[in-house]
Design a protein around this ligand. Sequence first.
Ligand code: ZN
Ligand code: ZN
Ligand code: ZN
Length: 93
Amino acid sequence: MKRTRAECAHGGAALPASGLRSSKKACEACGVTEDLRICQTCGYVACCESHEGHDTAHFEATGHPLIRPRTEGGWLRRRSGWLWCYLCRAYLE
Ligand SMILES: [Zn+2]
Ligand SMILES: [Zn+2]
Ligand SMILES: [Zn+2]
């Protein structure tokens, strides 16, 4: 499912294009270094569902709904434009 950012009522529309970044290079919960996501509310770095799913765990613990892939280091550069909103349950473009 996809939405435009303007359709997200949870802060997606207000985020800058580049989003929140982080210098951390590993999941803050388990240390995984691939497929990392950055919380766009607080900058927390977490792994995705392909690993331990700490991005979802962070949302469930904090209610911070917006994540985007961590692009520094080169991975996922092609898809770096997306945001995921847990409350919309949609990718925002
Ligand atoms: Zn939303
Ligand atoms: Zn993790
Ligand atoms: Zn957060």
